[in-house]
Ligand binder design. Structure first.
Ligand code: HEC
Ligand code: HEC
Ligand code: HEC
Ligand code: HEC
Ligand code: HEC
Ligand code: HEC
Length: 313
């Protein structure tokens, strides 16, 4: 998450792909990453437009999108995004335009200021101070203070040597470990999408798999909320995403009985699996393909998934 956004000039993806082109119709799109200044260009054969890119959003695990400016302060989003599975650019998710009315419309989408603040709010740290967007002082990526709040008071109490001893010093920094389970999930959901966010936005079908908090709380395992199933029960937000399925087994077995051991107990109220004893997530947290992202996401609704079965809403 620490690299969720960066200056376009620092994008490894652009450096590794010095020339990317795309053009399903009349308009030809091009991103040149070979010079110190990346350029985004669109041409319809007669006319062409070209601007340097300013910001790159996304580590590229799934993809990377770009923002630029013309002259003034307004931001524009490129009509194309880099997708890791494609190794090149294609239409930005939910922004495909097959018959744009002008080269400008074909090239970009003006991003309203309120939305700019939200993009930077989720992908960078400290971009808005007192409700005002400040591009010059933000820290690119989701860093410590995005989750722990401003650390100045904390640093002061550590230097004063009072951090471990005084309750006041401890409360000087926000530690989400003290949150109730539903609040802990909504804490990550502030950026990843809570149950309410998904409902209010009217997102349906496989696209909802992008919102882990929404899917997780609809699992039977979640019940009325349980500290053994919050995001941090499986993910350490300070480490890279764990991709070894076996590493998640201990989280499941905090609640589920194992076939070899005693059946359901008071502390292990979940039944044992009749099929397997390890790598639980490979069968019960399935990968679903989200077409607009050209990529798979992990369905956080833990369930018995039937091969070829429908995606449950
Ligand atoms: C300030 C916004 C924000 C908050 C709060 C946040 N995330 Fe994220 N997270 C992101 C963004 C943005 C990405 C996408 C980064 C990328 O791939 O470009 C991400 C990616 C991830 C990933 C994918 C792998 C990775 O490391 O890139 C995991 C896992 C994750 N977040 C877990 C969590 C958990 C757990 C919490 C709560 C403790 C949390 N996040 C809170 C913004 C946030
Ligand atoms: C509500 C918080 C939020 C807002 C607003 C937001 N993002 Fe994200 N974005 C995320 C999270 C969380 C992820 C990781 C999960 C996912 O891919 O859906 C992500 C993923 C991405 C990715 C894929 C990165 C990768 O490889 O994993 C791109 C590209 C991206 N966002 C660009 C943008 C742009 C551009 C904007 C503004 C126009 C924006 N986002 C607004 C939270 C947000
Ligand atoms: C995506 C959100 C997120 C980011 C970014 C993040 N943290 Fe955390 N951090 C958490 C959460 C959530 C916990 C509580 C973990 C738990 O539930 O046990 C935590 C716990 C901690 C703890 C342990 C506190 C305790 O009570 O055990 C320390 C120390 C810490 N973080 C420091 C940092 C530092 C330093 C950075 C930046 C390099 C950072 N964190 C970035 C979410 C985050
Ligand atoms: C029971 C374990 C478990 C819990 C709880 C859990 N996750 Fe995950 N998560 C996983 C697994 C397994 C993966 C897939 C890892 C891989 O790619 O191999 C994953 C992947 C992700 C990814 C990467 C994108 C994707 O869809 O593959 C994000 C982002 C993420 N989780 C966020 C969250 C957030 C936010 C929460 C809390 C609402 C959460 N997770 C709770 C197990 C869990
Ligand atoms: C907080 C405790 C808890 C955790 C952690 C947990 N579960 Fe569960 N799970 C339960 C309980 C309790 C049930 C039974 C719920 C019911 O029948 O209403 C259940 C039910 C299930 C079911 C049956 C669902 C269905 O549709 O019938 C599966 C499959 C399952 N869990 C797998 C897992 C896997 C795999 C993991 C780890 C990725 C996991 N669980 C983590 C408590 C948990
Ligand atoms: C190879 C795939 C696979 C793996 C790995 C796997 N399961 Fe299952 N699991 C299944 C299938 C299939 C069923 C449904 C069996 C049936 O209905 O007869 C099931 C059923 C379950 C149930 C419901 C049992 C009941 O009595 O209602 C639970 C709970 C469960 N698994 C948990 C787990 C846990 C925990 C793990 C890891 C220790 C795990 N599973 C590993 C395939 C798997």
């Amino acid at each position: 998450m620490a690299r969720a956004a960066m200056s376009a000039s620092l994008s490894d993806i652009l450096h590794a792909h010095p020339l990317m082109t795309f053009g399903p119709g009349k308009y030809k799109y091009q991103i040149e990453g070979k010079t110190s200044q990346n350029r985004y260009s669109v041409s319809d054969g007669n006319q062409s437009l070209s601007f340097p890119l300013l910001w790159a959003f996304g580590t590229g695990r799934v993809g990377q999108s770009y923002l630029f400016k013309k002259q003034n302060a307004d931001f524009f989003e490129t009509r194309v995004t880099y997708f890791e599975t494609l190794g090149t650019i294609d239409f930005t998710p939910s922004r495909a335009l097959l018959s744009p009315s002008s080269i400008e419309e074909a090239m970009y989408r003006p991003v309203p200021q309120a939305e700019v603040m939200r993009c930077f709010g989720c992908h960078t740290t400290g971009s808005s101070i007192g409700g005002h967007f400040d591009e010059t002082h933000l820290v690119p990526g989701v860093t410590c203070e995005a989750c722990h709040g401003p650390g100045a008071a904390h640093v002061k109490s550590v230097t004063a040597g009072t951090v471990a001893s005084s309750a006041k010093a401890k409360s000087a920094i926000f530690d989400s470990a003290y949150l109730a389970p539903a609040d802990a999930v909504d804490f990550c959901g502030a950026c990843h999408g809570t149950w309410w966010d998904v409902k209010l936005a009217g997102v349906k079908g496989v696209s909802t798999a992008r919102s882990a908090p929404y899917r997780l709380v609809t699992s039977k395992c979640w019940g009325k909320g349980d500290a053994r199933l919050t995001c941090t029960a499986c993910h350490d937000p300070h480490e890279q995403l764990q991709t070894d399925a076996a590493a998640y087994d201990t989280a499941c077995l905090k609640c589920h009985a194992s076939l070899s051991g005693p059946s359901k107990t008071a502390s292990h109220e979940g039944p044992a699996c009749p099929i397997a004893t390890s790598r639980c997530t490979t069968c019960h947290m399935v990968k679903v393909y989200v077409p607009e992202m050209h990529s798979n996401f992990t369905d956080h609704r833990i369930r018995i998934a039937k091969a070829g079965g429908a995606f449950p809403e």
